[in-house]
Structure formats: C-alpha cells, structure tokens
Design a protein around this ligand. Structure first.
Ligand code: 5RP
Length: 289
C-alpha cells in the first residue's frame, strides 16, 4: 500500500501505519475549534496514561509544543494544518490553513491533517486548502491526511454515498491517507478510496462495546485503523478502552475478547479523574461534530 511512495514519504507513513499495516491514532486536536474540551482540558495530563498504547497522535501545533515531550521518540505526530473557526460560529466549515509544511517538518511531524467540508457552504475553500497543503507538503515528501469533516449542518451525512464522495475527492487531490466516519456498507467507501483510511470515533458512544464494535467493523471493512478521540479520553476508563481498541487493531482480538480485556482493566488506577466540573453545556458542545 505504501510501495509507490518516495523514500521520505514512505518512511514518514511507516511511522504512522506500523509494520502490520495498522495504526492506532489518538485524536486530541479538538481544541482547535472547541477550546478546552471536556476530558482534554490539560492535554499533557489526559494523554499521559494513553501514550504507551498510541502509534500516532493527531494534534494542533501549539499543543504539541507545550504539552508533549520532545524526548518521545516512538510516536508519530500528525499535525492539524487547517482551522480558523470555532464552535461559536453557525457552522465550522469556514476554514483556512494554519500551518505550513515547513513548520510541520521543523516539529518533526510525520504528516499534516487538513479538513474538507464537502457539500458545505465553504466546500470550495476547504478543498482549496487541501490542494494548497498537498502542493506545499509534497516539496518535503510530507504526507497529508485528508479529513472528511461534517460539522453541524452535514451531521446526517454519515452514510456511504456521501462518505465515499468526500473520501474519494481527498484521494483524487493526492491526500496520502483519509480520515472519515464509519457507516453501513463501509467496505464500499474503503474500496472506492485508493489510499489508506482511518476511522474517526465521533461523539461519545453509549457503551464500550459500541466503541469496540466500531473499531472491529472498521478493520473488517478494510480501514487501517482508527483516529479516535472522545470515545477514549472522555470515557471513565481511558487507559482501559484504549487497550481494547489497540488489541483489535494490532492483535486481531474479537469484540468479546477486547471487551473482556477492557472490563478487567476498569480499576481505580485507570479511572479518569475529572479535573474540573463537567457542565451540561460543555458535554453538549463537544458533540457538535
Ligand atoms: C475534527 C477531527 C477530530 O480529530 C476527529 O473528529 C476525531 O476525533 P473523535 O474520535 O473524537 O471524533 O478531525 O475534525
């Protein structure tokens, strides 16, 4: 799957998608438009127990520089390169680029991530962001992750026809990986997208079984892994659920085996300690995309 890539790009992709062809990417970039999201108020504290299980972190440049140790050597960074909006806007698709490829290279990023909002008011602008970022990144053999974002208005678009359209457009532009949502018939989205796909977790699901099913089905349908955030770090036992997700991705666990593992890890030590009062407004705000 990576054979056709130039040496530098292939090597960077290999830091993300590991030797078995799979990846567990932890998404913690939500603050770029959501601010201090519940569960990610102090990123360094939230990610500390999770890092041993992570292959790649997807995050914003400012959080990498202030919250992650430069001495960490076994985790890849996928840096968010689009933004310029917030949850206070009617919708969040009015994005521009916030990071150059050169800046990303200086931070030793393995890739940059750019969101596209296909079908939204700012479709053209966000697609242009992706095109510009790919042209910029290709100067350095820096891979680009195309993120098929939905936002408030496109929330009901998590179905295969729409996701295949958005994912395919990202791949046609030259994105090296695509991040999209899982849906019924997801194998069709994967088949029609000629680059590796990682699946977003989306807003917090009701049970750990749901999270593990999502992971399992995504892999069965051909995704190379997940790029999951809230369903890990907003859960009561983040260090437990991440190990279940990892076991499915890298050890081919069944949902039942992974759930048994997660349940066995629900110890006091692994329990998330909320650092601040979690208000209804905060929880609601973190569900908008
Ligand atoms: C925002 C993003 C997030 O990283 C993404 O939504 C993944 O996190 P989650 O699993 O919480 O949905 O790309 O556009």
């Amino acid at each position: 799957m990576l054979e056709h890539l130039d040496w530098g790009k292939r090597n960077r992709m290999r830091h993300i998608i590991r030797e078995d062809g799979r990846v567990l990417m932890l998404a913690i970039d939500h603050g770029y438009f959501m601010g201090p999201t519940t569960g990610m108020e102090i990123p360094s504290t939230s990610i500390a127990p999770l890092l041993p299980y992570v292959d790649a972190l997807m995050l914003s440049p400012g959080i990498l520089k202030t919250q992650v140790s430069a001495d960490l050597s076994n985790i890849a960074w996928v840096l968010r390169a689009s933004g310029c909006n917030s949850i206070l806007d009617e919708d969040i698709d009015n994005e521009s680029l916030i990071l150059t490829a050169l800046e990303a290279i200086k931070m030793n990023a393995s890739a940059i991530a750019v969101s596209i909002y296909v079908g939204a008011d700012h479709q053209h602008q966000t697609l242009k962001n992706l095109a510009v970022a790919i042209a910029d990144a290709s100067q350095y053999n820096l891979p680009v992750l195309g993120v098929t974002a939905v936002g408030k208005k496109l929330k009901d678009k998590r179905e295969k026809r729409y996701l295949a359209l958005a994912s395919r457009i990202a791949a046609e532009f030259g994105a090296d990986m695509v991040k999209t949502y899982y849906c019924e018939g997801f194998e069709e989205v994967v088949a029609k997208t000629p680059v590796p796909i990682v699946v977003a977790g989306g807003p917090k699901l009701d049970t750990y079984k749901d999270v593990l099913e999502l992971t399992y089905q995504s892999i069965q349908c051909g995704a190379v892994g997940v790029d999951m955030g809230r369903n890990i770090w907003q859960s009561d036992y983040p260090a437990a659920i991440i190990q279940g997700v990892r076991a499915i991705i890298h050890e081919n666990y069944s949902v039942k085996e992974a759930l048994d593992l997660v349940e066995s890890l629900q110890t006091e030590e692994n329990r998330r300690q909320p650092l601040f009062a979690e208000t209804k407004e905060d929880i609601e705000a973190s569900k908008i995309h």
